[in-house]
Design a protein around this ligand. Structure first.
Ligand SMILES: [Zn+2]
Length: 280
């Protein structure tokens, strides 16, 4: 295994209708043809010699879309245990049901992290209403992968599709959350443009906060983040593609062309993910 991709969206459950945001995302990322099946996804990752963390996003309260069940993600992991790790998703706005579902997904389904998208789910991570959910994640010892920064979904449509970017701002929301949950590992997903400097500051200041570089072609990732990834943040930055929106093959090829020290390169591609996932 040469790398772990920490940010992979599992193909939609074949019996569920596509998410409302999907056509817009596919257009934005200039995707053509039919979406990959689970088998095609597994074949691609095997060919690339990369393991991946797969998950879905439950934003049902806000969007009305039925989520892919966590059981489905767990089943895919069971089919390809050498290839995939699975994260749960729960909709924080479902309250106690979300907390119970997280507990079940980790304890019974053996999922090993939690995926959240504050913009699609429409919640502030540091809102005290959601403290029980993060207390539970901290107690279970699982990392949280949380979208930060700009979102492609809704871009260019009236009102940006109703999506509000402020939910995904690193300071204060991720910083507050990390301060109140020092044993909770948090991965800020994506370069958090337009708040890159805030994101760098939080990752530098909070030992429990990491950054994944997903969703951006490496050559366009803001320079100051790449500089930190090869320097002070070399143990805090992780490879993520945002498959299927960003092909992992393209990400890895462009990353190889960036000027980053070899020592940092190995940390970003593999070792830091092992730390976050608790692998040896
Ligand atoms: Zn994503």
């Amino acid at each position: 295994m040469k790398a772990i991709d920490i940010h992979v969206h599992v193909p939609r459950h074949p019996e569920l209708p596509e998410y409302g945001i999907e056509p817009g995302l596919r257009k934005m990322f200039r995707m053509k043809g039919e979406p990959d099946s689970v088998q095609e996804m597994a074949d691609r990752y095997e060919a690339a010699d990369v393991k991946a963390v797969i998950f879905s996003v439950d934003a049902e309260t806000e969007t009305g879309d039925r989520p892919d069940p966590n059981d489905y993600v767990a089943d895919v992991v069971k089919r390809y245990p050498e290839r995939f790790f699975g994260f749960a998703t729960v909709d924080p706005r479902k309250g106690a049901a979300a907390v119970d579902e997280l507990e079940r997904a980790v304890t019974d389904l053996r999922l090993i992290g939690l995926k959240l998208h504050p913009i699609h789910m429409a919640f502030f991570p540091d809102d005290p209403a959601f403290k029980p959910l993060f207390d539970t994640a901290e107690r279970l010892g699982i990392p949280v992968l949380m979208h930060t920064g700009y979102a492609a979904a809704g871009a260019g449509t009236p009102g940006g599709g109703g999506f509000k970017l402020a939910y995904a701002r690193p300071i204060p929301h991720v910083d507050n959350l990390a301060a109140d949950h020092p044993d909770l590992k948090i991965v800020m997903a994506h370069p958090a443009w337009p708040w890159i400097d805030e994101q760098i500051a939080v990752a530098l200041h909070k030992p429990n906060v990491y950054i994944d570089l997903s969703g951006w072609a490496p050559k366009y990732i803001p320079k100051q983040l790449i500089a930190e990834a090869g320097g002070r943040l070399r143990r805090k930055v992780l490879f993520g593609s945002d498959y299927p929106y960003m092909p992992p093959e393209r990400w890895l090829e462009e990353f190889a062309a960036l000027e980053i020290r070899d020592e940092a390169r190995e940390l970003i591609l593999l070792e830091n993910a092992k730390t976050v996932l608790g692998l040896d």
